[in-house]
Design a binder for this molecule. Structure first.
Ligand code: NAD
Length: 261
C-alpha cells in the first residue's frame, strides 16, 4: 500500500492564514509531502518569512480573505506562479472575546467577515477554478471545537464557525458529482498567537490568572495537554490525500478528546 500522503507530491496548494500558527504548520507538513505551497496571509511579511522557511520554498501571497477583489488577485498570482492548483486550505481566522450581552456590531462583523465570508470567498474561487479546469480538487476548511459546541465568551466566533460547517456540508454536496471533496477540521485549544490573546482576554473577563485559564484548558482535555499546531497538520494532510478519497462534507474533531460528538 502506498505511503499515506505520497499522492500529494508535485501537487499545488494555497493555504490562507499560512503565515503563522496552525496555517504555518499545515504549510510545513504539505511541503514535507512534496507539495508546492502558496502561503497566503493578510500579514505579507509573515507570508514571505513562512514561504522562505519551507523546503521546497513556497511562494508568498498577500491577500485579505474578506475582500473578493483581493482573493481573486491572490488566486490569480498563485495560479500563475504554481501553474495550477489542486488544493485549498481555508484556514485564516480571527477571534475576539466578550460576553454575548456586551458584544458590539464591530466584533460580530469582524469575526463573520474573516471566518465565514473568508471561507465563502476562497472556497468559491477554488471551486470555480476546479470546475472550469475539470480538476478533482480538494478543499479543507479550518472550523473549530466552537463549531460543534457553543463556547462561552465566544458566541459570535462560535456562530461564525458553525457557519463554516454548514457551508462545508452544502458545498460538499454540490461539488461531489464533479469529484471535488470539501471537508473541515475542528481543532480544540491550540498553542498559537490566537490562544495567547484569548487566554489574556478570558483571564481578564473572568478575573483569573492566565495560567489558571490554561490549566482549565488542559483539565477539559482527556489527552491532557495543550494542542500543538502539528496535531492538526497531520489530519489536514490526510483529508487532502487520496487516503480520504471517500470522505466529503465532514467536520473532523482534533481536540484531544475535548469534544467526542
Ligand atoms: P493565528 O492568529 O496564529 O493565525 C491566523 C493567521 O490568519 C495569521 O497569520 C493572520 O495574519 C491570518 N489572517 C487573519 N485575518 C486574515 C485575513 N483577513 N486574510 C488573510 N489572512 C488573515 O491563529 P491560529 O490559532 O493559527 O488560527 C488558525 C485557524 O484555526 C483559525 O481559523 C482559527 O479560528 C482556527 N482555530 C484556532 C484554535 C486555537 O486554539 N488556536 C482553535 C480552533 C480553531
Amino acid at each position: 500500500m502506498a505511503k499515506l500522503g505520497s499522492d500529494l507530491a508535485g501537487k499545488a496548494a494555497l493555504v490562507t492564514g499560512g503565515g503563522s500558527g496552525i496555517g504555518l504548520a499545515i504549510c510545513r507538513a504539505l511541503a514535507e509531502h512534496g507539495v508546492r505551497v502558496a502561503v497566503a496571509d493578510l500579514d505579507a511579511q509573515a507570508a514571505e518569512k513562512a514561504a522562505g522557511s519551507l523546503s521546497p520554498a513556497g511562494m508568498a501571497v498577500s491577500l485579505d480573505v474578506r475582500l473578493r477583489a483581493s482573493v481573486e488577485a491572490g488566486f490569480a498570482a498563485a495560479l500563475a506562479a504554481l501553474g495550477g492548483l489542486d488544493m485549498l486550505v481555508a484556514n485564516a481566522g480571527v477571534s475576539t472575546m466578550n460576553r454575548a450581552v456586551d458584544l458590539t456590531d464591530e466584533e460580530w462583523d469582524h469575526n463573520f467577515d474573516v471566518n465565514a465570508r473568508g471561507v465563502f470567498l476562497t472556497n468559491q474561487a477554488a471551486a470555480r477554478y476546479f470546475l472550469r479546469e475539470g480538476r478533482r480538487g480538494v478543499i479543507c476548511n479550518t472550523a473549530s471545537l466552537a463549531a460543534k459546541v457553543g463556547a462561552p465568551l465566544l458566541a459570535h466566533y462560535s456562530a461564525s464557525k458553525f457557519a463554516v460547517l454548514g457551508w462545508t456540508q452544502a458545498l460538499a454536496r454540490e461539488l461531489a458529482p464533479h469529484g471535488i471533496r470539501v471537508n473541515a477540521v475542528c481543532p480544540g485549544f491550540v498553542r498559537t498567537s490566537m490562544q495567547e490573546r484569548e487566554v489574556a482576554w478570558e483571564a481578564k473577563l473572568r478575573g483569573m490568572e492566565p495560567e489558571q485559564v490554561r490549566r482549565e484548558y488542559v483539565a477539559q482535555t482527556p489527552l491532557s495537554r495543550i494542542e500543538e499546531p502539528e496535531d492538526i497538520a497531520g489530519l489536514v494532510v490526510f483529508l487532502l490525500s487520496d487516503a480520504a478519497r471517500f470522505m466529503t462534507g465532514q467536520g473532523i474533531n482534533v481536540t484531544g478528546g475535548v469534544y467526542m460528538g
